[in-house]
Design a protein around this ligand. Sequence first.
Ligand SMILES: Nc1nc2c(ncn2[C@@H]2O[C@H](COP(=O)(O)OP(=O)(O)OP(=O)(O)O)[C@@H](O)[C@H]2O)c(=O)[nH]1
Length: 220
Amino acid sequence: HCGKTVKIILTPILEWYTPEACLQFKDNFHAQLRTACQQSTGTAGLKISKVVVVGDVYVGKTSLIHRFCKDRFERDYKATIGVDFEMERFEIVGIPYNLQIWDTAGQEKFKCIASAYYRGAEVIITVFDLADIQTLDHTKQWLEDALRENEPNSIFVFLVGTKKDLVSDAVCERTELDAIRFANDMQAEYWSVSAKTGKLLQRLKRQVLQDVFLSMLGRC
Ligand SMILES: Nc1nc2c(ncn2[C@@H]2O[C@H](COP(=O)(O)OP(=O)(O)OP(=O)(O)O)[C@@H](O)[C@H]2O)c(=O)[nH]1
């Protein structure tokens, strides 16, 4: 679990983690990376990174974040009122980082409140429901709104289709073809996932952490 690539270094704090066997704690670990990590400070000296999750009402944004941070799924729907956030802690070369994951409301009446929290994001995750193709059509607008509050060239964008468990493989494949076209236009990375089964979500999470890390390096 600890190796020489950035991807592997970004393992969050896990119970089976053994610092003694971890390359990033060795004296001869990549000097440039170590310096970059030590220099990258965010708001008020804390090392904070921000991910913002946007998309239509009921597409599964909250469920995605719960699976990300708590590895839990709830069947009952509770609309997000305005915004909410989860904090995920992880370490790089022994330096603790806080990853803020902002959950925004999809309901039109809360859009004004939610958009006030778009600023300062390193990653934007634009979500749609694989079982409701119309929600894919709206992703470009969600992204446009989120990008307006950020520096478009320094941001990583994900397009995520959720509720993969609700659609057949054939429907999923057809929708993915459209989604990949959208992703190319949006310069986004595309993933199909299910918060219910948790399928691919841990891999998506690692990819998000990797992009956050690259973004921090870019700021140094
Ligand atoms: N089967 C299935 N249901 C899901 C999945 N993800 C979310 N849901 C369900 O879809 C409903 C809406 O999910 P939420 O995560 O609350 O949706 P949201 O996008 O946060 O909604 P707003 O906060 O109102 O914008 C809930 O009843 C979830 O249990 C999934 O991957 N599979």
